[in-house]
Design a protein around this ligand. Structure first.
Ligand code: AMP
Length: 474
């Protein structure tokens, strides 16, 4: 078995690795570090949790230890899809470069340009950035990319999902073509393949096993809930989620709850809190200081449950999560692999429980096809009759409940969500994208069932309801 000491890394880097407590390189590290140190381009097909960050930071630190940065001309560049991932890469540099003098700057949204400009002006060896923010600095004339000797693209498939590929291509074209490139992606979509063919030169290709097939330490389960009206199904899912968390008891030391949509992240976090479970949301619409605070508290063990969207959680390094709860079945089956990979890390035991409504069964099928086995069905902790209403019979308007028990207030708020946010087929928004779109109609505009006119649906203009007699009279 390869040891770190076999990898031709400098003694100073090896000392930092040892201090971090690592002896044996992970497969991506053993595969990527030697060609990287030889100056070759590297194409790493690996996802978070495999140790991929160290597979590029260690050789970079080794190679950048000699030489000095010039003002506004970073010597290396690491591109990450999200601020959290960028911050995490920066932490890795801090850990592994403890014995080497290297300067670095982090260019991410939510931090003032002024502070970042100051750092860049002084000259940095390592610049870690999200693509949009990097280009903002470049366009303001504050940054030159012609001194970049090493460029890293991390989580390229996520960049693709978030629409960053044109930015990445532009950034590639702004750096010298003699640069060394390290490129990481969990999957090789055709668009990613095209980019690597265009911008990488004869790369060493290292592919590591997918987590879902590799990690046998994750116990997986799925709990089925009954179908019905969307708001009833959503409520039933929240009830089941709470029951599952309670049922896991002390075994659930900390957990990530994944939702497909940002709006549900907020609702679920609020609902858990309302019922006395320590939870907080994280998604791209929350401001950066809030996100950082929530994450820090989760990492430090202050917060028990993090409710997250896929993009916000992607690449987050939280080493000891006991449970992952999938409040929704992810619509992209690869996301299931990423989500459950947050638990059972580094050989630890982990548990991943998913909630599945009838509308999600087709997505569950796709996941089972991808992971190559059935996800074991677990009993619904609330019994076989979760509180979901029967599907509405066609043509019959549903009776609405007029009185709600007090504890259901959050659920009531949840059902007041705009209609477009509730569609199960609605695609999750890219995390950094702005608004949720237009708001739905408010309660006041809803027509009372008693005044319903057949064929007008909910949008009956008020004049239609006026009686002819009334018109005559006026
Ligand atoms: P990453 O895939 O880069 O997000 O890393 C996942 C986790 O593995 C992080 O917590 C790292 O600190 C940890 N790690 C990185 N390299 C090693 C190693 N050689 N042995 C054990 N854990 C590692």
């Amino acid at each position: 078995m390869t040891k770190f000491t076999d990898l031709a890394l400098s003694p100073k880097v090896l000392k930092a690795v040892e201090a971090a407590g690592y002896e044996t390189p992970t497969p991506i590290q053993a595969g990527a570090i030697p060609p990287a140190l030889e100056g070759r381009d590297v194409l790493g097909i690996a996802q978070t949790g495999t140790g991929k960050t160290a597979s590029f930071t260690l050789p970079m630190i080794h190679m950048l230890a000699r030489g000095r940065a010039r003002a506004r001309m970073p010597r290396s560049l690491v591109l990450c899809p999200t601020r959290e991932l960028a911050a995490q890469v920066a932490e890795n540099f801090d850990t592994y470069a403890a014995n080497v003098k290297l300067t670095k700057a982090l260019l991410i949204g939510g931090v003032s340009f002024k502070e970042q400009d100051l750092l860049i002006d002084r000259g940095v060896d390592v610049l870690i950035a999200t693509p949009g923010r990097l280009l903002d600095h470049f366009e303001r004339g504050k940054l030159l990319l012609t001194g970049v000797q090493i460029m890293v693209v991390d989580e390229a498939d996520r960049m693709l999902d978030m629409g960053f590929i044109p930015d990445i291509e532009r950034i590639f074209s702004l750096t010298p073509f003699t640069r060394q490139t390290f490129f990481f992606s969990a999957t090789m979509a055709p668009e990613i393949e095209r980019i690597t063919n265009t911008f990488l030169s004869n790369p060493a290709r290292i592919e590591v096993a997918r987590q879902a097939t590799a990690s046998e330490t994750i116990a997986q389960e799925v709990v089925m809930v009954k179908g019905g009206r969307r708001d009833s199904v959503a409520k039933a899912k929240r009830d089941v989620l709470r029951a599952l968390i309670t049922h896991e008891g002390d075994a659930c030391t900390n957990a990530i709850v994944f939702c497909n949509r940002k709006v549900d992240v907020d609702i679920v976090a609020k609902s858990l809190k309302k019922h006395g479970i320590d939870a907080a949301p994280i998604h791209g619409d929350l401001d950066q200081s809030q996100r950082t605070k929530t994450l820090d508290s989760f990492r430090e063990g202050g917060l028990k449950i993090l409710v997250a969207s896929d993009v916000a959680a992607r690449g987050l390094d939280v080493p000891s999560v006991s449970h992952v709860f999938n409040y929704d079945v992810p619509s992209h089956s690869e996301d299931y692999v990423h989500r459950i990979g947050r638990t059972g890390r580094a050989g630890r035991d982990g548990k991943a429980i998913m909630i599945c409504a009838p509308a999600d069964v087709k997505n569950l099928d796709a996941i089972e096809k991808l992971v190559g086995k059935a996800v074991p069905r677990a009993e619904n902790p609330l019994g076989s009759e979760p509180e979901a209403a029967e599907p509405a019979k066609e043509g019959k308007p549903k009776r609405t409940r007029t009185r709600k028990p007090k504890a259901d207030k959050v659920e009531a708020e949840a059902s007041a969500e705009p209609a477009e946010n509730k569609a199960p087929e609605a695609k999750p928004e890219p995390e950094e994208a702005k608004s949720h779109g237009g708001r739905g109609r408010g309660r006041d505009n809803r027509n009372d069932n008693r005044n319903r006119t057949v064929g007008m649906g909910d949008h009956m203009p008020s004049f239609i309801a006026k009686s002819f007699d009334e018109r005559k009279a006026s």
